[in-house]
Design a protein around this ligand. Structure first.
Ligand code: SF4
Length: 286
């Protein structure tokens, strides 16, 4: 049984840099992590053990600690001002690619366009994007697409949106708003695209796929869907403990990939487990 790793996988620079800032904070008990830092329970448990407070719902209440850490998903300027006005020291780890999405949305608004955000309305990044916009629209699927009266529309995407989903929704928006001038700025982040492309390159060579990362992680779910659509038996695990030997009965080649918030250590633990299983089977058949 061969183990084939996707050429691009695992933690993106945005999450890695945010975690590095968190690691350097000297007094965790004085800091609230505002909005979920990563969709990875292992990382969140580590932060809890270090003593950080967490307010997963950024924008609901001003945290009580003197220091507030803005996560890689970012927040709205309105929310940032609210924290500063409340006397909080803001440590900002917003990913530069999320900042670009905010700039793109503001640019479209400045052109007089009603801004449409393709993404999940309840996702922290999307909430941050729309809070600074007048009369924004959020489109999660085809059911949300309508004919709007504005003559100018602008489209941006949540950074982790699947390219095909974005293309399908943009085409539907254009088709239903032929009266309007529609401009789209591509805000899907390059690490997300690279992980998908690397997986697509791997899929023809494997008969099992293991996706490592948080069960709530949007980009892990996308990786799982790609495997399943390709017809490869796909397993999504958050931790090595979830792996089951029988999943790999008769497997010839197991592909390995991981989401953008998965710790390198977790990937290596899963790889080690698979390698040991492969070696054991080779030993038995020798
Ligand atoms: S997934 Fe993309 S946008 Fe989000 S933190 Fe990582 S690099 Fe930044």
């Amino acid at each position: 049984m061969q183990i084939l790793r996707a050429l691009e996988m695992g933690m993106c620079f945005g999450v890695r840099d945010a975690l590095a800032v968190v690691d350097r904070l000297p007094t965790p008990a004085t800091v609230t992590i505002h909005g979920e830092l990563v969709h990875n329970r292992e990382v969140l448990a580590l932060l809890d053990r270090r003593g950080f407070a967490r307010s997963p719902e950024a924008g609901r209440e001003v945290p009580t600690t003197p220091v507030v850490l803005v996560t890689a998903h970012g927040i709205s300027d309105q929310e940032r001002q609210r924290l500063v006005a409340a006397g909080k020291q803001v440590v900002d780890t917003t990913c530069p690619l999320v900042r670009k999405a905010h700039e793109a949305a503001q640019q479209l608004a400045a052109e007089g366009r009603r801004v449409i955000v393709i993404g999940r309305a309840n996702h922290v990044e999307v909430r941050g994007l729309v809070e600074d916009l007048a009369d924004p629209l959020v489109v999660a699927g085809l059911a949300d697409v309508a004919t709007w009266p504005q003559a100018k529309l602008g489209i941006v995407c949540q950074t982790t949106t699947q390219v095909e989903v974005a293309e399908c929704l943009i085409a539907a928006i254009v088709a239903q708003n032929r009266h309007a001038d529609v401009r789209h700025i591509d805000t899907i982040c390059s690490p997300t695209k690279a992980r998908i492309e690397a997986l697509l390159a791997l899929l023809p060579s494997i008969d099992r796929l293991v996706v490592v990362g948080g069960h709530e992680s949007n980009n892990c779910k996308q990786l799982v869907l790609r495997g399943e659509h390709f017809g490869v038996r796909t397993f999504h695990v958050e931790h090595v403990r979830e792996l089951q030997r029988e999943w790999f009965d008769d497997a010839q080649a197991v592909g390995l990939t991981a989401g953008t918030s998965t710790l390198p250590r977790t990937i290596e633990e899963v790889h080690g487990w698979l390698s040991r299983l492969g070696a054991e089977r080779r030993g038995r058949s020798a």
